[in-house]
Design a protein around this ligand. Structure first.
Ligand code: GDP
Ligand code: MG
Length: 300
């Protein structure tokens, strides 16, 4: 058996969620309008007879005034360090940008094997060569096809072209080992993670940059009360009383908005009514609580 961690790096809209949905066959990776600021979150787990691949999401890669934003780079470093393989996903219909240059720079200094996922080839792959060239310029040599540390794999996440080959190449680079997560706990785990991610996204959307690294969401009850209704109870953990106040907002208004937006999205995804109960709790050192971290999808 093989098993290991694949960190997916790529900027918004390159097709990360589409690829994961295609691989795992379930809507576990939700398309998000807000750049993720979570660290090393599990987005999907692929179980096959030959082994297990745990896919980690990295924070939304974005070039801005803060292109080298320390938190973002720290999280990406963290993901790269903990990964057995890095999948750098790019959009071949778009020109290479500052983000990709940054990632290539970073990846060229570490030893972890890299798959360069050249996505959206169904649309003509106009800019495919730019990504290959950037690597070749960096390494001062050609990227040949086989057994390189950097392996380019053209794919279409949307229609599945070459995805099987991509998975083969991932498995080729994973170490021998037992599954990192038992298969039987996985059935509801992605659903739980999805719910938590959606609530977290709404929190970040409404609270902007005030809290990203101090807030965790844990859905501790997900119960299908009937064919038409799901009951969800979720805890929002913050580190300080002052943060609890921010999450609640005046008269609880922030929390209400977050709840409403989350409920709408969850209802759309699951196609049934959702009753969502949200609680805000101060838990000083939640980042040091391995059990909680595992439950909210971090690798501990
Ligand atoms: P993410 O932000 O990286 O997670 O990107 P998404 O998976 O949300 O995809 C962004 C957009 O690109 C969506 O409209 C997808 O349907 C589209 N997309 C993703 N992969 C492909 C692909 O292989 N081909 C085409 N034509 N579109 C794709
Ligand atoms: Mg996405």
């Amino acid at each position: 058996m093989k098993s290991g961690i694949v960190a997916i790096i790529g900027r918004a809209n390159v097709g990360k969620s589409t690829l994961l949905n295609n691989l795992v066959g379930e809507k576990v990776a939700i398309v998000s309008p807000i750049p993720q600021t979570t660290r090393n979150q599990i987005r999907a787990i692929l179980n096959e007879p030959r082994g297990q691949v745990v896919f980690l999401d990295t924070p939304g890669l974005h070039a801005s005034k803060h292109a080298l934003d320390r938190a973002m780079m720290a999280a990406i470093n963290n993901a790269i360090n903990g990964a057995d393989v890095v999948l750098h996903l790019v959009d071949t219909t778009e020109h290479i940008g500052e983000e990709e240059a940054m990632v290539i720079e970073k990846l060229s200094t570490v030893r972890v094997p890299v798959i360069l996922g050249l996505n959206k080839i169904d649309r003509g792959a106009m800019c495919l060569d730019e990504y290959i060239l950037a690597w070749e310029n960096k390494l001062h040599r050609k990227l040949s096809e086989a057994t390189e540390r950097i392996m380019p794999v053209p794919i279409s996440a949307l229609n599945g072209t070459n995805i099987a080959h991509l998975v083969d190449e991932l498995f080729n680079r994973l170490p021998e080992g037992e599954a990192l997560y038992p298969e039987d706990i996985l059935t509801d785990f992605p659903k739980q993670l999805t719910i938590q991610d959606i609530i977290r996204e709404k929190l970040l959307a409404y609270l902007k940059d005030e809290l990203p690294f101090s807030v965790a969401v844990y859905a501790d009850e997900i119960v299908d009360r009937s064919e038409k209704l799901t009951f969800i109870k979720a805890m929002i953990f913050v580190e300080r009383d002052s943060q609890k106040g921010i999450v609640l907002g005046k008269g609880g208004l922030n929390l209400k908005k977050v709840g409403e937006a989350s409920r709408k999205e969850l209802q759309n995804i699951y196609g049934k009514k959702v009753f969502l109960e949200l609680w805000v709790k101060v838990k000083k050192n939640w980042k040091q609580d391995p059990e909680l971290l595992r439950q909210i999808g971090y690798i501990v």
